[in-house]
Design a protein. Structure first.
Lengths: 623, 149
């Protein structure tokens, strides 16, 4: 696709969105039932979700076979499903009054929070187990964030110091006196040693328990927070410099400071220094990590001013996924497009950060974190392309916090550690079993559709103060104009559920958010001869939009936007898939079955096309 | 053994695929986060960190956590830790400098129908008099509380 076409596409997407549910959401309150059509692989049955303004709730099928209520920003949700997975989203807008909106949003938020707490309980047991196993060994405990800094120097060695932290230390002494840091370090050392590894942990939830429980503060979390606070003071006390590995290596030409930016960066550094000095006054128990990360960012900002180019902390976690270095031309081309999109995101984040720096407000951490993450992603793709290195990817938040060994890790009584470890292992097994019991996925009775309507009914039962089915139904009719009853119906199928919603609820408006390819084709047909566009874009060989994606099966023709020729294209796709499978058999020793598997999937997903059905859409690295 | 059974044994993946096509149209999406990573994960726009639930979702979380804690009780430091975890989930570590969080705390207290005495307790624990920004933080809690009372 040409740059011009991409620009036009971007504008058109924005227009489509502004006249769609995005704009509708700004008018009187409404909830939107979203149906996302099918795609191959993980999404063969389509998907369903409920949208409240800029939030989308949807139930995902996750390992080990449980159904989890996920919450996403609408734009991110649309990008994942509509652009990258090339799926069309149909929205049915149901106007509601404020009370119903609040009731439904509250119910979904509560369910999300309850389930997250249950998942956190499992993670808590796992955290306890990992820490207890580590404490039984001879090596010092690892503390997240401490790995940003050089290890403590040997007593006889001349220590290197970080000027930014010398300055911060001076600010702290000026504010609190020179006894604060040593006294706090003694206190934290004592507190760490006094922790009880075998203190009672919260029990896993009982069957049907769907209420939020009091928050827990487990042994591993107390150990982590106390250790991070102690580590932060150790770093501050000796003004330790950053480790070389903590900074993303970048050529001197990358990210030079622009005209006038140095003053903005200096203001940011000053604001962060103030913020860190205040942090020592905080009563929160987990101030150690903000202090460690903040000191590293302060060092990076001061170095940015002194070197005249942005110094960026490496924010990828140690367990980031490593992809092979880009070698093939198609992959390099795809990554080049991603690098360009990342550069635009970085420019926007940089502008927002420097604008925030000009305000007298405290250090704008959220803006800085967005800039730091955008810089990491841009530099990472650049290094993979330019240096042919493996590519690190991470879907979650990027927060620079590598672990480092804590000097003076206390030793706990072995018998207590063993007892606590047994309890943690048992608790982990129980918590996992409870999740599998209460949230087990079932294709028919508990899936992404059934749970939405179950949750809607739960909200109305709460409002009516009864579980009586007739009252719940009446409440639903009163508030939404109808009631969706899944018992004995096919409405558990996402596609059917969308029709049922339209027939049942008081749907005021229907919107279709076309998939990435459909939108792009519409633009092309407007600017070019439609016949030529069809001929060129209907197949993967000459398409200017599509590049073979590792996630996709092998196929020849797109059938998502054509109905008449679908069986013919499907037959050709079937032959293509079978042919690729034969080639894949021959290549088995070379590629480990990759081509064979893609060919088989290509053949199988061609079968519905023979009877006018389409599942496969192709994946796109849409900007 | 029939030929079909022999095929099923020999080519289990083929049969699984056929089954997926037959039953697939009924099923739901598998988790995005469970999918194997690809180059698209390197994109800023594909990362949940850059476009995950924005402030609305964060403040909702703070309200919900506060409401639940005001109703259930428990160690106060566990609640404070929870507030820290919620902020960290969106890449922010020093949430105490965000006055919006204090407004959401006040709103959560109102949703829990907390007494004014309990609200004062929260103010004293989260923004003790004399601590940095205490007046602004206490006002923000009160503002949130009154807006949802």
């Amino acid at each position: 696709m040409t740059g011009l076409a991409r620009s036009v596409l971007g504008i058109t997407v924005a227009l489509v969105m502004s006249s769609g549910p995005g704009a509708a959401a700004a008018s009187p309150l409404a909830v939107e039932y979203l149906y996302i059509n099918a795609s191959e692989g993980s999404a063969a049955g389509g998907h369903a979700a409920l949208r409240f303004g800029d939030q989308v709730f949807h139930f995902e099928h996750r390992p080990p076979g449980i159904l989890v209520l996920a919450r996403d920003g609408f734009e991110h949700f649309r990008h994942l499903y509509g652009d990258l997975e090339n799926r069309t989203i149909r929205a049915s807008r149901i106007p509601v009054n404020e009370e119903t909106y609040t009731l439904l949003l509250g119910e979904f938020s509560r369910r999300h929070a309850v389930q997250r707490q249950r998942l956190e309980t499992l993670e808590g047991f796992r955290g306890d187990r990992a820490l207890l196993e580590a404490l039984q060994g001879p090596t010092p405990a690892s503390v997240a964030g401490l790995g940003l800094f050089a290890e403590a120097p040997e007593p006889a060695a001349t220590p290197r110091v970080e000027p930014a932290l010398v300055s911060l230390r001076g600010r702290v002494v000026e504010r609190y006196g020179d006894e604060l840091v040593p006294a706090r370090m003694r206190e934290l050392t004592d507190r760490l040693a006094a922790l009880e590894p075998d203190a009672d942990a919260p029990a896993p939830a009982g069957a049907g328990d769907d209420e939020l429980r009091p928050p827990a503060y487990r042994f591993s979390e107390r150990f982590r927070d106390t250790a991070q606070a102690l580590a932060a003071l150790q770093v501050l006390d000796s003004a330790r410099p950053l480790r070389t590995e903590s900074i993303v290596p970048a050529p001197a030409t990358a990210l030079p400071l622009g005209s006038g930016e140095a003053e903005g960066v200096a203001r940011l550094a000053d604001a962060l220094e103030d913020s860190l000095a205040r942090l020592l006054d905080s009563a929160r128990p987990d101030w150690g990590l903000p202090m460690l990360v903040g000191m590293a960012r302060l060092s990076a900002l001061r170095q940015t001013v002194s070197t005249g180019r942005w110094v960026i902390l490496d924010a990828f976690p140690a367990d980031a996924t490593m992809l092979d270095p880009p070698r093939g031309s198609l992959r390099r081309e795809r990554l080049s497009r991603i690098r360009e999109a990342n550069r635009l995101a970085l420019d926007a984040a940089r502008t927002a950060l420097l604008e925030a720096a000009s305000s007298p407000a405290p250090f704008p951490e959220a803006a800085y974190a967005r800039f730091e993450a955008a810089a990491n992603r841009w530099l990472e793709v650049g290094r993979a392309l330019d240096e042919r290195r493996p590519l690190r990817v991470h879907r979650g938040v990027l927060l620079p916090s590598p672990a480092g060994p804590l000097a003076g890790t206390p030793s706990y009584e072995p018998a207590r550690l063993a007892r606590a470890l047994d309890a943690a292992r048992g608790g982990e097994a129980d918590a996992l079993a409870a999740l599998e019991r209460d949230y087990a996925y079932n294709l028919v009775t508990r899936n992404c559709v059934s749970e939405i309507f179950r949750e809607v009914d739960a909200a109305f039962a709460r409002a009516a103060g009864t579980d009586d089915a007739i009252r719940v139904r009446e409440e639903s009719v009163r508030r939404l104009g109808g009631h969706v009853d899944l018992a004995g119906s096919l409405a558990f199928i996402p596609r059917v559920s969308a029709l049922v919603v339209e027939d049942t609820y008081a749907v005021a408006e229907r919107q279709r958010l076309d998939s990435f390819r459909r939108r792009a084709l519409a633009l092309m047909r407007r600017d070019e001869n439609p016949v030529w566009v069809f001929l060129r874009e209907s197949n993967v060989l000459t398409s200017t939009l599509y590049r073979p994606h590792p996630r996709d099966s092998i196929f020849l023709f797109f059938t998502d936007d054509t109905v008449g020729p679908r069986p013919l294209f499907g037959a050709l796709n079937l032959v293509t898939g079978l042919g690729a499978s034969v080639v894949g058999l021959a290549m088995l020793p070379v590629d480990g079955g990759e081509t064979l598997w893609a060919g088989l999937r290509g053949a199988v997903f061609s079968l519905p096309e023979l009877v006018f059905q389409n599942i496969r859409k192709g994946s796109f690295d849409a900007p | 053994m029939t030929h079909a059974r022999a095929c099923r044994r020999r080519y289990p993946a083929v049969w699984l695929l056929l089954l997926a096509v037959l039953l697939g149209p009924l099923g739901c999406s598998f988790s995005q986060s469970s999918k194997s990573s690809s180059d698209s994960s390197a994109s800023s726009s594909d990362s949940s960190g850059s476009s995950s639930p924005g402030d609305t979702a964060y403040y909702d979380d703070v309200r919900t956590a506060t409401e639940a804690y005001a109703k259930s009780g428990g160690p106060f430091d566990a609640y404070q830790k929870k507030l820290g975890d919620l902020a960290k989930d969106r890449g922010v570590t020093n949430w105490e400098e965000n006055l919006g969080a204090y407004v959401a705390i006040g709103e959560g207290l109102a949703q829990a129908k907390a007494s004014t005495g309990l609200v004062e307790t929260f103010k004293d624990r989260l923004a003790p008099p004399g601590s940095p920004g205490s007046n602004d933080k206490r006002s923000a809690i009160q503002k949130g509380y009154e807006s949802k009372k």
